[in-house]
Design a protein around this ligand. Structure first.
Ligand code: A2P
Length: 298
């Protein structure tokens, strides 16, 4: 039986598979194989970013899979060093060249640049232009908090289709989710199984969400894994989720979430795990060195 993911409708009518493969920190040499595996097991949505340095391998994986380009929802992100109207138009050229595609399904700003919000707005205006031209099918943002959204909406025309944010049971950002919902923006979860709670280099004293007793209990009740429970929680909340893996078994595992359902009590128990503590970078803090990172032409 071929499993397919449910589709979510974006605010401009475009549909997007709810579950996608993430490739943050996927080494370029493993990325093409991961994408190929994902497409073979049924994924039809890949999320990458200029800053991940693996757009070329994402394109290669899509071509190698034999799945038609038109069947794959391709999402990527513009990095901060490419913010500004003309620079962002050019960032589109760089991304499509590396991916080997003419059109992007979703192009988003990687994060607000708090030290240069004017450029962030200009970058978004370039996305609006690309959308009007039909070279991208939907546009959006990532790591925007309510006040970033408010300012962006005040200064631009098109409401973002998607806001991709850190979102796992330990950090669910209810206020950002509410802001998204108020504006008809779809919330998309990065680190949806809490990878950021155990990635090295993101701070000590973290608890690994995959080992959480509530999550492991619920997983046992369904004969599923903690990762599957967290992904199911994301999907039942109506969110998009893009779990990262380069391991073929785990890529397949993360896709087997459409044959069970969490109860209302289980969802409430997962909701109650929110600590309100961010694990990833604070979108209000300018990271000067990171922001300056140049995205190569090819
Ligand atoms: P790997 O690529 O070796 O599978 P997130 O997307 O929430 O940030 O999580 C990604 C992290 O979780 C990566 O370290 C990934 O490693 C690991 N991972 C992905 N899927 C699973 C799974 N089903 N079970 C355990 N770990 C997983």
């Amino acid at each position: 039986m071929t499993v397919t993911t449910p589709e979510l409708q974006l605010n401009n009518g475009v549909t997007m598979p709810a579950l996608g493969l993430g490739v943050f920190q996927s080494p370029p040499e493993e990325t093409a194989a991961a994408v190929e595996t994902a497409l073979q097991v049924g994924y039809r949505h890949i999320d990458t970013a200029a800053a991940y340095g693996n757009e070329r391998q994402v394109g290669e994986g899509i071509r190698r899979s034999g799945v038609d380009r038109s069947e794959v929802f391709v999402e990527t992100k513009v990095w901060v060093s490419d913010y500004g109207y003309d620079r962002t138009l050019h960032a589109f050229d760089k991304a499509t060249r590396k991916l080997g595609v003419d059109q992007l399904d979703l192009l988003i700003l990687h994060q607000p640049a708090p030290d240069r919000f004017d450029q962030t707005v200009d970058a978004y205006r370039a996305l609006e232009r690309l959308l009007a031209d039909g070279t991208v099918r939907a546009i959006g943002v990532s790591n925007f908090m309510r006040h970033h959204l408010d300012e962006l909406l005040r200064r631009t025309e098109i409401v973002p289709a998607v806001n991709q944010i850190e979102l796992h049971p330990y950090f669910a950002q209810p206020d950002v989710q509410r802001a998204d919902a108020e504006h008809g923006i779809l919330t998309q979860a990065w680190s949806p199984i809490g990878g950021i709670t155990f990635y090295p280099g993101f701070g000590d004293h973290r608890r690994n969400a995959l080992e959480d007793p509530t999550i492991t209990r619920i997983a046992a009740e369904h004969d599923k894994t903690p990762a599957q429970v967290m992904l199911r929680w994301q999907i039942q909340h109506g969110r998009s989720a893009i779990p990262k893996s380069t391991n073929p078994g785990r890529i397949a595992e993360n896709f087997r979430i459409f044959d069970f359902a969490l109860t209302a009590e289980q969802i409430a128990a997962l909701d109650a795990l929110d600590t309100g503590v961010r694990h990833g970078p604070d979108p209000d803090v300018a990271r000067t060195e990171m922001f300056a990172r140049v995205i190569p032409e090819d």
